[in-house]
Ligand binder design. Structure first.
Ligand SMILES: C[S@@+](CC[C@H](N)C(=O)[O-])C[C@H]1O[C@@H](n2cnc3c(N)ncnc32)[C@H](O)[C@@H]1O
Length: 228
């Protein structure tokens, strides 16, 4: 059986045997300037929902993984003007853009960003009250989702919250389009993982406390909130 046929038989989350980080970094680096348009049309409603449910209060230490061009990051900084907000992204252009926009908009807030692969994070154990991660897991292999979840649990304090946004799998036609897009440019689209993530989150020792679904311009998102 060819590799392609074989991969079609696997559950979606298993269809990415390896994370292709170098290619992902190059692609997201090259789209950093225009990426805000896609966030505006497809992600902003899910960002709002995640922020409403993430339990973030002013004065916390908050970490966002895979900031992209920084739209969610600025929401987090705005909600946490007297705290510290950290952002990481694999793409140096995305991380630089995120930091620049946040510091210009909120010059008095403590915001910090770096170009870091979140599979291994440069933070001490239990150093954050809240961790937020939107639309990253689609781009990681299942083993790397597990690794990243272990890192998230490690840097979260006890009872800290983890808010996760992934692409929803509840729209058949959208799923088909996404499958095609993911096969054409896997380093940019990855594959859908909504059905696999609740088990992976719980397996990492995080308790899911709420789940929400939103749809924007036909694009489905799932928001999970968990506690350590
Ligand atoms: C689909 S975009 C999502 C951006 C943003 N979170 C949003 O909600 O619009 C995925 C982002 O994940 C970043 N990324 C991919 N793999 C990563 C990794 N291993 N570590 C950190 N960031 C990563 C990419 O550079 C890109 O900016």
């Amino acid at each position: 059986m060819s590799d392609l046929n074989y991969s079609l038989l696997l559950p979606r989350a298993d269809r990415m045997p390896r994370t292709i980080a170098a290619r992902t970094r190059r692609i997201y680096d090259s789209v950093a300037l225009v990426y805000p348009v896609s966030t505006f049309f497809f992600h902003s409603r899910a960002h709002q929902c995640a922020l409403r449910n993430a339990g973030i209060r002013n004065g916390m230490r908050v970490l966002e993984l895979a900031t992209g061009s920084g739209e969610m990051f600025r929401r987090l900084v705005r909600a946490n003007l007297d705290g510290q907000t950290f952002g990481l992204d694999l793409s140096p252009n995305m991380a630089a853009r995120t930091l620049d926009r946040a510091r210009r908009k909120f010059p008095r807030a403590q915001s910090h960003c770096g170009a870091v692969d979140v599979r291994s994070m440069p933070f001490k154990n239990s150093s954050f009250d809240a961790v937020v991660c939107c639309y990253l897991f689609e781009l990681l292999s299942q083993d790397d989702i597990r690794l990243t979840l272990r890192e998230i649990r490690r840097v979260l304090r006890s009872e800290g919250t983890f808010s996760l946004v992934v692409i929803g799998q509840n729209a058949k036609f959208f799923n088909r389009l996404y499958d095609v897009a993911g096969k054409l440019v896997p380093a940019f689209w990855g594959r859908q993982v909504e059905h696999a993530v609740p088990e992976l989150v719980e397996e990492a020792g995080l308790r899911i406390t709420s789940a929400h679904a939103v749809r924007q311009t036909g694009y489905p998102s799932k928001i999970l909130v968990a506690r350590r």
